[in-house]
Ligand binder design. Structure first.
Ligand code: HEC
Ligand code: HEC
Length: 451
């Protein structure tokens, strides 16, 4: 319970509540869903209450798949704290996937995709997303009974399902990830199905004539095996939030992990390389990817939900590739010694900008929140110039808040721009941004300052 409470607080603190609602409801006990299937569900869930009613199996206890249900495996897979997963798809006979936009397929009504989570060979939950006749998606998980003969819909999720450390997310949490893409499906996509193997693949969809418009050429992630593995991992684990078209993404994030078919010619063309290397002034964001992947709990954890354990193999996969591209960037900034007498003239101008942006309000830096005190220009100066950052996440690196003469290596400036490597953009994404001229003033102030 404790872990979940923390993550719910974190979620709200992330300011993500606006792209879904509070997943805190996962903390509530699952409402036992009757097998009779007649009484209305207090959660408003109106779908099939039993897995056996969803069309996955012809015999649920024997776990024999129903006709037309095909297994598949996506190229990159979401880490789920070591749970083993199986996935199946059912596309209604005679229907086509609208693939006119290869990066955002539209699935026919009646499409169903299931994903099972098992621990030590024992199935814990089977999730279903289903496109209804009106084009809406229904998302819910089914928790398996102890006998493993049937699974029951648990729209409120289950904490420590079947006595394990695994939590089944509630339907609101499903949305927080799945509503990141236009038609909800995250892994049964062009990039993810373009792989060899059995079950449903891109080649098989084409051969069976299931796409309105097959791709002009085979789709392949670029680079050597190291790059391909890392790009696939980041796509599956991070891409559904780290995409430029996500709500508020233009202020919250600056690193993009969702791969688009038109940007796969070489590693340098990918959205990930562009946002991590080409658009950055130092390797700070590479460090941030790795430190955040290794955090659990707290506001820096990535992904921010649905995982309590670090994926050591995933970290190794991503580290191997980031080490290859690290040489393409200047090193991360480090605080260089600054004489205690150093003065950055013109701090009043910067103070006035922050004053206008209400940074001194009681909730922000008026009362020394984040160990910053913006009560007077003098206090602003002394809490910034030549001082090492100590906020959550940023304190891992010896980062200067203001390195006199070097704005690009000063966290103060970095945090005024979208997608800082640690902590939040300032002022927070929910509050109006500073103007470009304001940011320039701050940058000029740091640049003019001589140590
Ligand atoms: C942390 C983000 C996250 C949450 C929360 C989440 N999912 Fe997913 N889900 C994913 C990702 C990413 C994939 C694709 C990669 C994979 O299959 O490993 C996926 C895949 C699936 C699939 C296979 C079809 C597809 O979209 O690729 C189903 C079914 C599914 N999820 C159902 C659910 C349901 C139901 C819930 C809530 C009970 C839920 N998911 C919660 C991220 C999430
Ligand atoms: C459920 C949505 C979600 C998922 C999944 C997710 N992130 Fe994030 N990430 C965010 C948000 C929102 C921010 C900005 C706010 C913050 O820093 O907390 C962020 C910020 C970051 C940053 C700081 C730079 C930037 O772009 O803002 C890095 C680096 C990062 N995430 C890496 C990752 C990695 C690596 C993964 C996958 C292993 C991942 N994230 C998965 C939502 C997500």
């Amino acid at each position: 319970m404790k872990v979940l409470k923390t993550s719910a607080v974190v979620w709200l603190a992330l300011g993500l509540a606006a792209c879904g609602s509070d997943p805190g409801s996962t903390q509530q006990p699952a409402i036992p869903v009757g097998t009779a299937g007649t009484a209305p569900d207090p959660t408003g869930f109106d779908g099939p209450r039993l897995l056996s009613q969803t069309g996955l199996y012809s015999d649920t206890a024997a776990r024999s798949l129903a006709p037309g249900v095909i297994p598949y495996e996506p190229l990159g897979q979401l880490w789920a704290d070591g749970a083993a997963k199986q996935r199946w798809v059912s596309l209604p006979a005679g229907t086509l996937i609208d693939s006119s936009n290869m990066d955002a397929w539209r699935y026919p009504s009646g499409t169903k995709v299931w994903k099972e989570f098992a621990l030590d060979g024992i199935p814990i939950e089977t999730r279903l997303i289903e496109k209804l006749p009106d084009g809406q998606w229904r998302m819910v998980s089914y928790a398996w009974n102890a006998e493993r003969t049937e699974a029951h819909a648990v729209p409120l999720g289950v904490v420590n399902a079947a006595g394990t450390a695994h939590d089944i997310p509630d339907t609101e949490a499903c949305k927080q990830c799945h509503e990141g893409v236009p038609d909800r499906v995250l892994g049964f996509t062009a990039v993810q199905l373009s792989r060899a193997g059995s079950g449903m693949t891109m080649d098989r969809l084409i051969a069976e004539g299931k796409l309105t418009k097959p791709p002009a050429a085979p789709i392949q992630l670029p680079g050597d095996a190291t790059a391909q593995a890392a790009l696939a991992y980041l796509h599956a684990n991070c891409g559904h939030c780290h995409r430029p078209d996500r709500k508020r993404a233009d202020r919250e994030i600056s690193v993009h992990f969702w791969q688009e078919v038109g940007a796969l010619a070489d590693v340098e063309s990918t959205a990930t390389y562009t946002s991590l290397v080409k658009n950055k002034t130092s390797a700070l964001w590479l460090d941030s990817v790795l430190t955040r992947m290794q955090k659990r709990g707290g506001i820096q954890q990535m992904p921010p939900l649905a995982s309590k354990q670090v994926d050591a193999a995933g970290v190794a996969t991503v580290t191997a590739w980031l080490n290859q591209i690290r040489a393409d960037l200047p090193p991360s900034p480090r605080l260089a010694p600054v004489a205690p007498s150093a003065r950055c003239a013109g701090v009043e101008q910067v103070f006035a900008i922050f004053e206008r942006a209400a940074c001194r309000s009681a909730f922000c830096h008026g009362a020394g929140t984040g160990e910053l005190d913006f009560t007077t220009p003098e206090q602003l100066h002394s809490s910034m110039v030549g001082v090492r950052a100590s906020g959550e996440g940023c304190s891992d690196l010896p980062l200067p808040r203001v390195q006199p003469g070097d704005p690009e290596h000063s966290l103060l400036l970095i945090k005024l721009r979208p997608g800082p490597p640690c902590g939040k953009i300032m002022p927070p994404a929910a509050i109006q941004a500073l103007t470009a001229a304001d940011v320039q003033t701050v940058s000029d102030w740091i640049l003019r300052c001589t140590p």
